[in-house]
Design a protein around this ligand. Structure first.
Ligand SMILES: [Zn+2]
Length: 591
């Protein structure tokens, strides 16, 4: 065990301490006792006169977060706090030597150190959370100059070795190592462990004798988490999503999810632009930073900064409900096939518009699609056909399936900040609402709700519980708990589901999803384009695509959603589908 501060006096104390407690054999305790004895001895001595007993906390080390392959996504490393005991400064000469030396090593001003050194205290923090090379420099400086009033105490700092990767999912910790956002916040009690205590008697402080403790309760370090996230898949998804945001000048962020359709495991979840959890308060979007810099009023700027920070931490995939548009036709199609109100041999003629309940709806193809069979209506994403399917299904059945596919409730994923959907209340659900809902408009769901519903449509009909933590393990890697896949309910039959997978494959092989075609792989999918509800400018759209593979036995699904790309004529089929194709081109050979 290396001690960063090694003055002669301290060395004596340390040797005495180690002899006194070596039987315990715990390096953590030794480290903390060192801190207690060396750092706080004087202070404690003073207080001991007033206190019969003293209770000192021993920090637990926060657990590590791994991806599904054992790659470290978040870990705690040892850092040090540099402190000064002003009352122990021997001379004015030593005072200026310390101020000069520490200011150079720690990049703080000499005035700052001098000001602290004038105080009549035993403990003044000069700098927190410094890392190894700096800590060694401080040790060298105090040793060489025989300084006894400067020391180092151990602390922990959170590191995220992959930087921005999955940052909106992982979250980050606060200055006291507490979980502040994302998984770090949701699983804080699992990760943080339990601090220990030293309960010590007042006597023996400050003498040459090692202090005598009454009782010591070891800190219980936090448990580790193993996520369902796969670093490689996450990296592929991040890369393509980031490119898309830049290329299409996406104004209101983009998100993507990769799900194991059979288990509900989240293999990747991405929001772009995002942030680096190693420094979560830094604004990473240059445009946003420029806007902040332009605010002259300090209070207004601080307020805007806070808002911008919350915005960049936001996990769009679970927090921002949106109109799914035509992707939702997978759900309508599943329901009508399951209820057998419309068959595969059904024929529908699209003239370009359709009247229902006194409202005329236009197909996106104004000239009309002509006469189509069921598969062709899905391939063409024909709105009039789907309005007629909705009418055939009826209000009650439509609502039943909407609910059964999990779209009326949050999924209950183990992440904080999940939003629910926004949809018509039963009493407001008339023929008009049924019509618009049938092709995915006038209601909002989250990307996570939608990919979970689509997965149910093609995985054999089971609505799965999505989850992101696979396993909790203790310090010795013993499994404390393991998440097993949960089937919430059977929504459609195995047979209908197989039909849906095959229909979706035809959307990619022959229909509007052909931009997602990938030679050598059987891919199913559906495009979505929707105008933003309440948007003043109808040019602002949300483009999305959900793809899955292999189409004959679906294993993984990928959803991509771009919120407000800047384009002349944006359609999900031309923009979002190729992004999913590029992701699958990387993911499928890897899986
Ligand atoms: Zn049509």
């Amino acid at each position: 065990m290396a001690f960063p501060s090694t003055t002669v006096q301290m060395k004596k104390r340390i040797v005495a301490l180690i002899l006194a407690i070596s039987v315990l054999g715990s390096s953590v305790i030794i480290g903390r006792l060192f801190q207690l004895q060396v750092v706080q001895a004087e202070d404690l001595q003073k207080r001991a006169a007033r206190q019969q007993m003293r209770v000192t906390s021993l920090s637990a080390q926060r657990g590590t977060i791994y991806d599904r392959n054992g790659e470290i996504l978040a870990m705690s490393g040892t850092v040090w706090t540099v402190y000064l005991s002003p009352v122990d400064i021997d001379s004015e000469e030593e005072r200026s030597l310390i101020a000069k030396g520490l200011s150079e090593i720690l990049d703080v001003s000499e005035e700052f150190v001098l000001e602290k050194s004038q105080r009549n205290t035993y403990y003044e923090i000069i700098k927190k959370k410094i890392e190894r090379p700096l800590a060694d420099e401080v040790t060298e400086f105090v040793t060489e100059n025989g300084i006894t009033c400067v020391g180092l105490e151990e602390d922990y700092k959170r590191y995220y070795p992959y930087g921005t990767l999955a940052s909106t999912v992982l979250g980050f910790t606060g200055s006291e190592n507490q979980g502040a956002y994302g998984i770090e916040a949701y699983y804080d009690s699992v990760l943080s462990g339990t601090n220990g205590q030293i309960v010590s008697a007042k006597n023996a402080w400050g003498t040459d004798m090692p202090f005598k403790y009454e009782k010591m309760y070891e800190a219980q370090n936090g448990n580790d988490l193993v996520l369902t996230i796969d670093v490689n898949i996450q990296r592929f998804v991040d890369k393509h999503l980031e490119q898309a945001v830049i290329e299409h000048e996406v104004q209101n962020k983009a998100c993507a999810i990769v799900m194991d359709v059979k288990t509900g495991e989240i293999l990747a979840m991405s929001t772009k632009p995002d942030f680096d959890p190693n420094s979560p308060n830094t604004i990473y979007d240059e445009n946003v930073q420029a806007q902040l810099d332009a605010i002259t009023d300090e209070d207004a700027r601080q307020e805007a900064l806070l808002e911008a920070q919350y915005e960049q931490w936001r996990n769009k995939a679970i927090s921002d409900p949106y109109e799914p548009g035509s992707v939702f036709k997978i759900i309508t199609a599943s329901a009508v096939l399951e209820e057998k109100v419309v068959g595969l041999n059904n024929s529908f003629t699209c003239t370009g518009s359709y009247e229902s309940g006194g409202v005329v709806y236009h197909c996106w193809k104004l000239a009309g699609h002509g006469t189509q069979n069921f598969a062709q209506t899905l391939q063409n994403s024909c709105n009039p056909a789907f309005i007629s399917y909705g009418q055939a299904l009826g209000k009650e059945k439509f609502r039943e399936y909407f609910q059964a596919f999990g779209l009326t409730q949050t999924t209950g994923i183990d992440l904080p900040g999940e939003a629910g959907s926004i949809y018509h209340a039963e009493e407001d659900f008339g023929v008009t609402e049924l019509s618009s809902s049938s092709f995915g408009q006038t209601f909002k769901v989250t990307a996570l709700q939608l990919i979970t519903a689509v997965s149910a449509a093609v995985n054999g009909g089971e609505l799965m519980q999505p989850y992101i933590v696979k396993q909790v393990a203790d310090e010795e890697k013993n499994v404390v708990s393991e998440t097993t896949p949960v089937v919430k309910r059977q929504v459609i039959s195995n047979e209908t589901s197989a039909t849906m997978a095959s229909l979706c494959e035809s959307v990619v092989s022959e229909g509007s999803g052909r931009n997602a075609r990938l030679p050598g792989f059987r891919i199913g999918g559906k495009t979505g384009t929707s105008e933003k509800l309440g948007a003043n400018d109808s040019d602002w759209k949300i483009l999305s695509f959900v793809g899955f593979a292999p189409a004959d036995d679906p294993q993984i699904a990928v959803l991509v959603m771009l919120d407000e790309p800047k384009l002349d004529d944006p359609y999900g089929s031309t923009i979002a589908a190729p992004i999913v194709k590029n992701m699958l081109a990387d993911i499928l050979p890897y899986c």
